[in-house]
Design a protein around this ligand. Structure first.
Ligand SMILES: [Zn+2]
Length: 154
């Protein structure tokens, strides 16, 4: 069985940077804003802290938007990967059985799990981490030998 705790494979920085394409304009703008603010804080702490405090909501929004752009690119890269791969280390699983152990990291592997991971890696991780927190599956037990059970069936 595969390891529900991860780690989970994601494309590397070079792949993300290449796939960003025109979105680099957005990321570069966000980086310039944050670097400018950091420079202002270093050069003039009073002015920089006031700017940070006055525009904190805008900065959080801009930072979240940048994270959203990068996350969508990662999701797109995982979805577009054609070969089957280990969801933990990214090792390409070409010419291997439908399920088994990854030759690279030794964790469990199944093609159906890879297909699920490919659909939405973030959702996959959250769902499998939530499954770990579920109570153990209920098992059947033998009914007791009560003459007058108190469950309303008599
Ligand atoms: Zn692996």
């Amino acid at each position: 069985m595969f390891d529900p705790t991860g780690p989970w494979w994601e494309p590397g920085f070079a792949d993300i940077a290449r796939a960003l394409g025109w979105r680099w304009i957005i990321i570069a703008g966000i980086l310039i804003v944050f670097l400018g603010l950091l420079t202002l804080i270093i050069l003039s702490p009073w002015l920089g802290i006031n700017a940070l405090a006055g525009e904190i909501k805008l900065l959080i929004f801009v930072g979240a938007f940048g994270a959203l752009v990068v996350t969508n690119v990662i999701k797109k890269l995982v979805k577009e990967r054609k070969d089957d791969f280990c969801i933990h280390c990214g090792y390409s699983m070409v010419n291997v059985p439908e399920h088994g152990r990854c030759p690279e990291c030794g964790r469990g592997y199944h093609q159906l799990v890879v297909q699920e991971y490919r659909k939405d890696p973030h959702f996959f991780r959250v769902r499998y981490q939530a499954l770990r927190r579920l109570p153990p599956r209920a098992t059947a037990f033998a009914a007791g030998a009560f003459d007058n059970p108190d469950d309303g069936t008599c």
